[in-house]
Design a protein around this ligand. Structure first.
Ligand SMILES: C[S@@+](CC[C@H](N)C(=O)[O-])C[C@H]1O[C@@H](n2cnc3c(N)ncnc32)[C@H](O)[C@@H]1O
Length: 270
């Protein structure tokens, strides 16, 4: 296991993924009923953007670093994202901290991380939050085991590192197994797009599970050859208003990131 999110935290892919995560959480909070969040590949939850790792790639500078001028008149998800990202100066919140910060007392977060060092830091990050649990383990089988959550409402974030060759297949199978156990849940699934054929094969594999509402969000930025400049998000059962909120956010951030951001229904629609 070599992947360290510290090199990539706050990059173009994180920006869009974290705005999407927040848009879903804000929707779930509209009802009083409790909800659960499962974060299958959580990372440490807090990233120092002034670190050597972040400086080495410059990815955060080309991502969250470009959004400094945004202020006022924004969709709530984008405004909340910027507020959380700016809260502690150069310290960037990862998905488990974003979720923990937005939960209400009745809601629950389970954040899973395999790498021992990252897990130790994750435990520390989540220690102030009584309704958030850090678990060390393999996020794929553990996520499926945790479903459906007792509250029967919630979000599953699957954000693996794609460091092993079979990762697309394991991810697709996990999404299908998870959805079979919790078909009404909202799923946010991140994947890199290195080739269109590979991405299409992956989304096809997921959709063969029979999901009826699936939105795909794609983001692409120009990068030097050999670097990842394109990624996707599969959103299964996106809440009402999610697509519009993402399109509105995209229209504000895309010009700053120099990115192309698109949304396409792969199954059903709103
Ligand atoms: C892309 S990063 C997660 C970033 C995080 N979701 C965020 O948005 O802030 C992927 C993480 O998965 C961890 N990881 C790798 N294999 C894993 C596995 N099988 N189960 C759980 N975590 C794993 C890596 O150590 C890394 O911290």
């Amino acid at each position: 296991m070599n992947y360290r999110h510290g090199y990539h935290a706050g990059n173009f892919a994180d920006v869009v993924k974290h705005i999407a995560l927040i848009a879903i959480l804000l929707h779930l909070k509209k009802k009083e009923a409790a909800f659960a969040v499962v974060d299958s590949h959580a990372g440490r939850g807090l990233y120092d953007l002034t670190s050597t790792e972040a400086g080495k790639t410059g990815e955060a500078e080309a991502g969250i670093g470009r959004l400094g001028a945004l202020a006022g008149g924004m969709p709530e998800a984008l405004a909340t994202y910027l507020a959380l990202a700016r809260e502690q100066g150069g310290i960037y919140p990862g998905s488990p901290l974003i979720a923990a910060r937005l939960l209400r007392p009745q809601d629950r977060l389970t954040a899973i991380e395999k790498h021992p060092d990252e897990f130790a830091l994750l435990q520390e990050t989540l220690s102030p939050f009584r309704n958030a649990t850090a678990e060390q383990g393999d996020g794929y089988p553990r996520t499926v085991k945790l479903l459906p959550p007792p509250s029967r409402r919630g979000l599953v974030l699957l954000d693996p590192p794609f460091e092993s060759p079979g990762e697309f297949a394991v991810l697709a199978q996990t999404v299908r197994d998870a959805w079979r156990k919790f078909a009404t849940g909202i799923y946010l699934v991140w994947y890199p797009i290195k080739s269109q054929a590979e991405a299409d094969a992956f989304t096809g594999e997921v959709l063969a599970g029979g999901m009826e509402k699936v939105l795909e969000i794609e983001i692409a930025i120009p990068v030097p050859e050999g670097k990842l400049g394109r990624s996707g998000l599969l959103v299964i059962n996106p809440p009402y208003g999610f697509e519009a909120a993402m399109r509105e956010s995209a229209s504000l951030i895309a010009p700053l990131l120099g990115a192309r951001i698109s949304a396409l229904w792969l199954a059903g629609n709103e």
